[in-house]
Write a protein that binds this ligand. Structure first.
Ligand code: PNS
Length: 165
């Protein structure tokens, strides 16, 4: 098994990527040979503020210093992408107990779909446990300060997005 790479995927909407996400990515990059940041493709049922390409570009900019981190956009079932790309671990962040129920459902469904792929939960730094992309967008849209919670690149992208609205 020594020559087998441990490749993990960290999937999500990342609309947009927050410092909480970056904290998880950084922790995962120390644990695995490669970490794929799997950005879920938009669909008619999922309406994102940022396009697939914008979310991908932001993820690439924000993770450029982490050499074993590769952001991509995926569609279809996460486990199908994982199998095709030799991924054996799914990473999800757990902020608070309230995350647990939906994460538990997702992890067990993914395990039912493919028993060889294991979900591992990582906890972000406690300074990020109360934030999400949604809350960051809401506070920003109402002109609140979110500079502790997103990178300069994301802040700039949010400024541009809301200027156009
Ligand atoms: O950031 P989010 O919205 O919590 O991420 C959810 C995401 C993208 C990880 C989840 O919806 C997903 O994995 N979608 C891909 C389709 C899929 O495999 N669905 C079954 C999951 S049990």
């Amino acid at each position: 098994m020594a020559d087998k790479l441990n490749i993990a995927i960290y999937p999500g909407s990342f609309d947009p990527l927050t410092n909480g996400h970056l904290d998880i990515i950084s922790r995962a990059s120390k644990l695995f040979d490669e970490v794929i940041v799997g950005i879920s493709q938009s669909s008619s049922s999922k309406n994102y503020l940022f396009s697939d390409d914008e979310r991908l570009k932001l993820a690439k900019k924000c993770t450029k210093k982490l050499i074993n981190v590769k952001p991509i956009v995926f569609d279809g079932l996460l486990v199908d992408y994982a199998v095709k790309n030799n991924v054996n671990v799914i990473i999800r962040g757990l902020r608070a107990f309230s995350d647990f129920e939906s994460e538990f459902q997702m992890a067990l469904m993914n395990r039912k779909l493919n028993t060889d792929i294991t979900t591992i939960f990582l906890m972000p730094h406690e300074k990020y446990t109360h934030i999400s992309s949604s809350i960051v967008k809401e506070v920003f849209s109402l002109k609140g300060d979110i500079s502790d919670y997103v990178s300069d690149e994301v802040l700039e992208a949010l400024n541009q997005k809301y200027e156009k609205k």
